[in-house]
Design a protein around this ligand. Structure first.
Ligand code: HEM
Ligand SMILES: *[C@@H]1O[C@H](CO)[C@@H](O)[C@H](O)[C@H]1NC(C)=O
Ligand SMILES: *[C@@H]1O[C@H](CO)[C@@H](O)[C@H](O)[C@H]1NC(C)=O
Ligand SMILES: *[C@@H]1O[C@H](CO)[C@@H](O)[C@H](O)[C@H]1NC(C)=O
Ligand SMILES: *[C@@H]1O[C@H](CO)[C@@H](O)[C@H](O)[C@H]1NC(C)=O
Ligand SMILES: *[C@@H]1O[C@H](CO)[C@@H](O)[C@H](O)[C@H]1NC(C)=O
Length: 357
């Protein structure tokens, strides 16, 4: 396996570059998706109220990623955290929510990039300026995550829209209970994700999100100190020890050592080479229930992309609020009822629409 990996890596890099240059963006068109669509959501939800929403977001993100491609990983992870805790309702964005921006003492395993929150509200400002307050923060997070995958070389796919923003804060307990720990083994991961109707293939595919982005030392140093995890490749472990000389070092390292900023299937090649960063990653290759899935994804990027898209479409619809439930926030980090200037804003909007009629 070790001899095959480098040439496979080269081949797949070529293949993914070809798909990167030839794929055209088709997110606006109506076509089927792999996952069932939840009642109240639709692929054409904003077709009349904000037809440009997806092109505005993509255009802005292209600019942002040109400056710093790392932001794509932050946005992808934000959507994962939003959906896993209390459903994809934008609760992760609220000031005061456990993993929200105000939560300065959040444990590092929950650390989300502060910039991701700013990017989302910046996108909201743009979209609301264009269309009025008709697009939810939860939908903006979902679209931004989809675009982060595509703009780093991953698959293009459609997502159902029409999520509303939640009125409830995500509590610390709910966050801890719903986000698996990086020290989870495969058993724990399968059990935890089964409660959200994900099967083994979904779990392996979703973990492929770790093909981009970074981690703090504390998320994986239990595998280095006091005893080194025997399932970790020796040189990889030694390099990590240099980056994190102590269990509580504050540095960061790459999640995918082969192609850190490219959304591809190299994450699975890493696992086969015992270069997965977290226990939750590496154990997918050590456990007989998931190891074949890892191998298949490492050899067949198209298959990985297909299963990843399906799993993301499922994840993006977890416990969504639709129709009259929830609201559309005027500021992604604040509930409308907590915003004193919100009422005057509604009056202003009414005046605008009257003026246009
Ligand atoms: C399966 C269970 C999962 C566990 C245990 C897990 C755990 C983690 C941890 C511990 C970090 C690093 C945090 C830090 O120390 O800074 C991380 C980062 C990340 N995760 Fe996961 N994760 C999981 C699933 C997912 C899923 C489903 C996605 C998306 C599809 C995802 C996308 C990411 C990304 C993109 C980063 C890098 C973020 C950045 O660079 O800012 N993860 N994850
Ligand atoms: C996060 O880390 C804390 C310790 O800092 C630990 O108590 C908790 O179980 C971890 N939770 C998750 C979801 O990783
Ligand atoms: C997986 O982790 C759970 C809980 O942390 C533990 O009880 C179990 O023994 C572990 N399973 C294996 C196969 O290591
Ligand atoms: C890390 O922990 C050690 C003791 O285990 C302590 O001496 C050191 O100050 C800690 N470093 C940081 C950055 O917290
Ligand atoms: C949104 O609310 C936050 C307070 O949580 C504030 O700092 C920020 O300036 C607001 N954004 C806009 C665009 O008004
Ligand atoms: C309050 O709502 C207005 C729109 O009416 C918005 O521009 C502003 O950012 C919001 N402020 C806070 C603190 O949420």
């Amino acid at each position: 396996m070790n001899c095959i990996a480098p040439s496979l890596t080269a081949l797949l890099l070529v293949l993914s570059l070809i798909s990167l240059s030839s794929s055209s963006s088709s997110y606006g068109s109506e076509s089927h998706i792999s996952a069932p669509i939840t009642k109240g959501l639709s692929l054409s939800f904003y077709h009349s109220s904000c037809p440009e929403v997806q092109s505005i977001i993509r255009k802005e993100l292209k600019k942002i990623f040109k400056e710093d491609i790392g932001q794509a990983a932050g946005l992808l992870r934000l959507h994962f955290h939003d959906c896993f805790v209390q459903g994809c309702d934008g609760s992760v964005l609220l000031d005061g929510s456990h993993s929200g921006p105000s939560e300065k003492d959040a444990p590092p395993n929950l650390s989300l990039r502060a910039e991701a929150f700013k990017i989302i509200d910046g996108l909201r400002e743009h979209v609301h300026r264009e269309c009025g307050r008709v697009v939810s923060c939860a939908d903006i997070v979902a679209i931004a995550a989809r675009d982060s995958v595509f703009l780093t070389g991953g698959p293009e796919y459609h997502i159902p829209l029409g999520r509303k923003d939640g009125l409830n804060f995500a509590t610390r307990d709910a966050t801890l209970a719903n986000l698996p720990s990086p020290s989870s083994n495969t058993s724990a991961l399968l059990t935890s994700l089964a409660t959200k109707n994900f099967d083994a293939t979904d779990v392996v595919a979703l973990s492929g999100g770790h093909t981009i982005g970074i981690s703090h030392c504390t998320s994986f140093t239990p595998r280095l100190y006091p005893t080194q995890d025997p399932t970790m490749e020796e040189k990889f472990a030694n390099d990590l020890k240099k980056i994190c000389p102590e269990a509580n070092s504050t540095s960061t390292t790459l999640l995918d050592i082969r192609t850190p900023n490219l959304f591809d299937n190299k994450y699975y090649v890493n696992l086969i080479n015992r270069q997965g960063l977290f226990t939750s990653d590496q154990d997918l290759y050590m456990d007989s229930r998931t190891s074949d899935i890892v191998t298949n994804f490492a050899f067949d990027e198209k298959l990985f992309f297909e299963k990843f898209v399906l799993a993301m479409q499922k994840m993006g619809q977890l416990s969504v609020l639709t129709g009259g439930k929830g609201e559309i926030r005027a500021n992604c980090s604040v509930r409308n009822s907590d915003n004193k200037s919100y009422v005057s804003y509604v009056v202003e909007e009414d005046d605008d629409s009257k003026a246009e009629l």
